[in-house]
Design a protein. Structure first.
Length: 285
């Protein structure tokens, strides 16, 4: 028995589990952002406005990353890059696109980017844990064949070339979902409890390092269909680069440790008088 990818049928319109889970994860993330930001005196409504912007730019970034990482295929099939039936999105691109949207949102609203990306990070990783279950309903993101008790059945039509004779496979989506959930809960705990020695942006930097480590592990062990460059999974290469860059930046920032970088509990950040953009209320939406 295979899962039905359709959550609901409304006449000619199909609502898919994948989309339902993505939206559910995004809404939970926005709720967590509203709770974390309100602890520092911000209007919770800001989080829900941010959700709309980040979803839009995140989807664009996710698609562009997927095209770039699968360029060998799309260079031969350019009509599929942005066609109506397009499928395939990359989480690294989604995060980058969402971060771009967040940056412009915070600039327009006169808020601090690093403060808000810290609020976003725990919920983002938890949302990724939820979204991965969409791969279960789509019969995708599974690993090599296995006879372990928790193996999942993959229908013949969804089996990768070379694995047609196998029925049960590693549930790669489940492994990543559980690791994302654990990482998200850790970040949520740190966002709520870590005060001494913390700098604005630390939670996001840790998010980038944690998720990069998760993807490196998953891609190297449970992704037989991973796109590769020189025999190395593309996502592993990106994971190493992201981990090194954000680890180095976090180290350098803590060495510099300027007063404006230091996190302050219960104090919404505001532009200094000399830096406040004209026409806006400092520190408020």
């Amino acid at each position: 028995m295979t899962p039905n990818p359709v959550f609901l049928r409304l006449g000619p319109i199909n609502v898919y589990w994948y989309g339902v889970l993505i939206v559910s994860g995004a809404m939970l993330a926005a709720y967590l952002v509203s709770k974390l930001s309100s602890r520092n005196g911000h209007d919770p409504e800001i989080a829900w406005n941010l959700l709309i912007v980040a979803l839009f730019t995140g989807i664009i970034g996710a698609r562009l990353y997927h095209i770039a990482s699968s360029w060998e295929y799309y260079s031969q099939n350019p009509s599929e890059m942005f066609g109506l039936q397009m499928s395939g999105f990359g989480i690294f691109g989604a995060v980058a696109g969402g971060a771009v949207g967040l940056y412009f949102f915070t600039r327009i609203k006169h808020l601090r980017f690093l403060e808000w990306i810290d609020y976003v990070s725990p919920g983002l990783l938890i949302a990724q844990a939820i979204g991965r279950w969409g791969n279960f309903f789509n019969q995708e993101l599974y690993g090599p064949p296995t006879d372990l008790p928790w193996a999942i059945y993959i229908a013949p039509s969804h089996r990768l070339p070379g694995f047609e004779s196998f029925e049960y496979f590693h549930p790669t989506f489940l492994y990543e979902s559980l690791l994302n959930l654990a990482g998200g809960l850790l970040l949520l705990h740190l966002a709520r409890r870590w005060k001494q020695g913390r700098l604005y942006g630390d939670i996001f930097f840790l998010y980038a390092m944690i998720y990069s480590a998760i993807r490196y592990f998953i891609e190297g062990n449970f992704r037989p269909d991973a796109w590769k460059i020189g025999g190395i999974p593309t996502a592993q290469i990106v994971s190493v680069v992201v981990f090194v860059i954000f680890g180095a930046l976090m180290y350098i920032r803590h060495r510099l440790r300027r007063p404006s970088m230091i996190y302050q509990e219960g104090v919404p950040w505001a532009y200094p008088e000399a830096e406040a953009p004209s026409g806006g209320t400092k520190g408020q939406a």
